[in-house]
Write a new protein. Structure first.
Length: 255
């Protein structure tokens, strides 16, 4: 059985869990909590330390949400979630790569901005950087300064502009398909976009989503799927499932 090392509210982890639910694959969960993790024990299982990571049935580790999804799609043919058309497969691949860049250049800065406005968030962000960067305390402090500098008003505005551009692009894709992002059936591009749009929705872009009818319909449809419940909502604190509690500690340190 495949094993997934993942975090609760990590966008990359959400992409994979939604995909796994749509694919109806059995998997073993290794849920990582950055506040309580025993790093030496974890590195025995995952020497690279990157998240998310998947261990396949041969014991090989695969990293990165797009790489994991494409590996699974190539090796498990039970429910095809890719296109049969070669050109469309290439388009889906490029789409998923673009979504990875969206996280780095848009979703992560906006989420960090949200985190840095919360009480005691310095330590939470510090711990997350410590896990991800594997640096000394001194270099971690320097990294935190860099993160804060990147979250200046001009950077956040650029991230917001990218979010709007992304929503426009998704709406345009749906204008050339039949209810899904690519073609007339669900593909793993829909899984990937579900996690990204969910984060944008929670960051306050729900009004912008509603202004784009095709995207709003698609988003409403994605939220009714079982994969949305089992891949995303299942891992949220109960108090945060309702939109009325958005400003509670939704993201914690699991971004």
């Amino acid at each position: 059985m495949i094993k997934l090392f993942h975090r609760k509210a990590s966008i990359a982890s959400q992409k994979i869990r939604v995909y796994l639910a749509e694919k109806a694959l059995s998997w073993h969960s290794e849920l990582i909590d950055l506040e309580t993790i025993n790093l030496p024990v974890f590195r025995l299982k995952n020497p690279v330390g990157a998240l998310p990571a998947m261990c396949n049935e041969r014991g090989e580790l695969i990293f990165g949400s797009t790489q994991i999804i494409e590996y699974l799609e190539a090796n498990f043919r039970n429910i095809p979630l890719w296109s049969e058309k070669y050109q469309q497969r290439k388009q889906i691949h490029r789409f998923c790569q673009a979504q990875d860049k969206l996280y780095e250049n848009c979703l992560m800065p906006l989420t960090n901005s949200d985190l840095l406005q919360r009480d005691d968030i310095h330590e939470a962000l510090f711990d997350r950087l410590a896990f991800a960067e594997k640096q000394t305390p001194e270099s971690l402090e320097a990294a935190l300064v860099t993160v804060k500098k990147q979250l200046e008003t001009v950077e956040i505005e650029a991230s917001r502009d990218m979010a709007i551009t992304t929503l426009d692009a998704l709406n345009a894709l749906l204008d050339h398909s039949d209810g899904y992002l690519f073609g007339d059936h669900y593909t793993f591009a829909d899984s990937v976009a579900t996690a990204s749009v969910y984060r944008l929705d929670e960051l306050g872009f729900e009004g912008e989503i509603a202004l784009r009818p095709l995207l709003a319909d698609w988003w409403g449809s994605m939220q009714t799927r079982e994969s949305f419940e089992s891949g995303i909502l299942k891992y949220l604190p109960e108090k945060n499932i309702s939109k009325s509690t958005r400003n509670d500690k939704l993201f914690e340190t699991n971004v």
